[in-house]
Design a protein around this ligand. Structure first.
Ligand SMILES: Nc1ncnc2c1ncn2[C@@H]1O[C@H](COP(=O)(O)OP(=O)(O)OP(=O)(O)O)[C@@H](O)[C@H]1O
Length: 356
């Protein structure tokens, strides 16, 4: 459990935030300059807040009123930064051993298990300079986890990597998360990373918290669309595998509203839950039941809400048994005469849906 309140004035910039988060992975998301790194630094003890408190579980690390300020090295927080920051003269094993911390209540995190999950067993004798960027970052993640931290702060841990490396490491972070359940604050610009990993989302803008809550819930709040990802904004759908069409390499899922959703992908066991992301700009709207179209995903519903988006754009929230965000032109919106309650069909191409 995190319980945080921070106030800090730096020149013209005011950061004033308060939030709590259960254990699990909490993502801190917001545009450049929002104050994400400042929050991380203040929790870590690298920068003193003007006012506030930092509590992780039962440990009070900072309290301006009680004049408590535990120094950074005693806060027991593991870090992963954008660049790896490994010790160049140590081998991979030396780097992993370096951070060894006190065992947590739940016991010491097993070295071999972390090495296996991260796939770095063959690298133990090598020095960081001889590793690829992705390998170095896996070692940096391993070092942070093996320090048995009370909390992990990951500040844009994948942003220096190319897409291929990112998609290799993301599932490893997911596996570490589910296996060791370390309270984690994960800072990222990437909607894809956040929707995949985060249990709780903190949406920050200009030093203020715009929203906090369950990730899927925040992504379905229309008024947050401008903050929640710009062109990447959209909806998270929690669906369940219902069937597999092997000849078309296609998963068939049940959505919360009962409608079927088609998605390209490898076979999964019936009943497997999947979190999917549908970008608002990938949703088209029809007033009539669609026919003669290639688009497989067709959901019947109605307009639940709407608001003006960027110039020329309209943001809509559709109720199709689950909340589905759609972004269309203002021109289409007006020509179709859409308003709250208008019955519509929502269309989503199967190839645009990504596994979150
Ligand atoms: N020492 C400082 N003096 C004055 N202003 C500062 C100082 N450090 C940071 N700031 C300002 O505080 C704001 C928040 O900075 P911060 O680095 O936390 O943003 P961020 O959300 O992490 O951004 P990014 O995603 O680009 O890393 C910025 O406007 C920054 O210019």
């Amino acid at each position: 459990m995190l319980d945080i309140r921070l106030r800090k004035q730096l020149g013209d910039f005011t950061l004033d935030v308060a939030f709590t988060a259960e254990s699990g992975l909490t993502a801190l998301f917001g545009p450049s300059g929002a104050g994400k790194t400042l929050i991380a630094q203040m929790i870590a003890g690298l920068l003193p807040p003007d006012e506030g408190h930092v509590r992780i579980g039962e440990r009070l690390l900072f309290d301006s009123e009680k004049k408590i300020n535990i120094p950074v090295q005693r806060r027991n927080i593991g870090f992963v930064f954008q660049e790896h920051r490994l010790f160049p003269h140590y081998t991979v094993r030396g780097n992993l051993d370096y951070g060894k911390g006190r065992p947590r209540k739940a016991g010491r995190i097993p070295f071999q298990r972390v090495v296996d999950i991260l796939g770095i067993g063959d690298l133990l004798g090598r020095k960081p300079a001889s590793l690829s960027g992705g390998e170095r970052q896996r070692v940096a993640i391993g070092r942070a986890v093996l320090s048995n931290p009370g909390m992990l702060i990951m500040d844009e841990p994948l942003s220096s990597l190319d897409e291929g490396r990112k998609s290799e490491i993301l599932p490893l972070i997911e596996e570490l998360k589910s296996e060791f359940n370390i309270t984690t604050l994960y800072i990222s610009h990437s909607i894809g990373e956040i929707t995949r990993l985060a249990d709780t989302l903190l949406l920050l803008d200009k030093g203020e918290m715009k929203a906090t809550g369950q990730t899927a819930d925040i992504f379905s709040r229309l008024y947050l669309m401008p903050y929640a990802g710009g062109p990447e904004a959209g909806t998270l759908v929690e669906a369940t595998v219902a069937d597999y069409d092997r000849s078309h390499h296609m998963l068939i899922l049940d959505t919360p509203g009962g409608g079927r959703l088609y998605l390209i992908g490898d076979e999964k066991e019936v009943g497997t839950p999947m979190r999917l992301r549908i970008r608002a700009s990938d949703v088209a709207i029809s007033l009539k039941k669609p026919a003669g179209l290639s688009i497989l995903n067709r959901f019947k519903g109605e307009v639940a809400d709407n608001c003006a988006g960027a110039p020329g754009m309209e943001e809509l929230l559709l109720d199709v048994g689950f909340p589905l965000a759609a972004r269309i032109t203002r021109k289409s919106f007006e020509e179709m005469g859409l308003r709250k309650g208008t019955p519509v069909w929502a269309l989503v191409k199967a190839v645009t849906i990504s596994r979150s």
